[in-house]
Design a protein around this ligand. Sequence first.
Ligand code: GRG
Length: 297
Amino acid sequence: MLAVPRELSSQLSFIRARIDAALDQFSDLPSGCPPRLKEAIRYSLLAVGKRLRPILALFAAEACGGEMDAAMPVACATEMIHCYSLIHDDLPAMDDDDLRRGRPTCHKAFDEATAILAGDALLTLAFEVVAKHTQPPELAAQCCAALAEAAGATALVGGQADDLAGEFSGGGLAALESIHRRKTGAMINVPLQLGGLVAGAAPRELASLADYGRCLGLAFQITDDLLDVRGTEANLGKRVQKDSQLGKLTFPGLLGIEESQTRAAGLVGEAIAALAPLGGRAGALEALARYVLERNH
Ligand code: GRG
């Protein structure tokens, strides 16, 4: 397995530190927020994560000639929504998990009601941050609409509902892709669009980012399924081999490990090709696509 290129790896550490500082600031809620709720919000949000979604937003802004600082609020908003979805996904009524990001899940560390409310607060905070910190107001409204669509009933929530219901369990590859396009793909795509919008991207640049995001989102899900089969709890910070034990529809389950790897590599190649119209400024997005394929956590 190839190591992450030195340049990207130091770039990622630097950018993660900036994202973490911004998340820390945005989640330092005033005294109206009960202390235990604030603790639960920050316990989950500030836990060590890859920060893939905010990084995508920042790299997309850069690829479209914008400033990363201007994209920080939308970047943080995507991480807040992602984090809410992880907290709720871990609840007993959903995936019922004890371990997330290397430590007890929010409802284990606190209690179920607090975890539900922490998720609710993060989902809401995401929109507050975009509305208050993105200028001009028309751009903030456009970003809020895109974010709401990606997090809503036809995307993240809908994909999760179909996955939980086992709606498509006998449905093959098309069904699996339909779930993941909504459950995982939408929250990989939207940071790219938001980063592009904040940078004032032209429609053809947004289209390139959409093609890149569609391929990357699916490649990310395939590698996630592969890691569930081959990864370790220590590396991933969450329970492994759960999907296969539950008889869930997965890419390795449907296609086998080798074909899944080949498909993920092909999708990463397509994602990189989609960046061509953006030129050299999209170098970080290109390196990030390779990292998604080679990641071990
Ligand atoms: C509760 C509405 C709702 C949705 C839940 C997050 C989610 C949807 C399901 C989690 C199950 C899962 C394995 C989804 C596939 C991809 C995914 C979201 C993985 C976790 O994201 P990472 O790997 O995690 O980026 P970190 O912790 O690094 O941010």
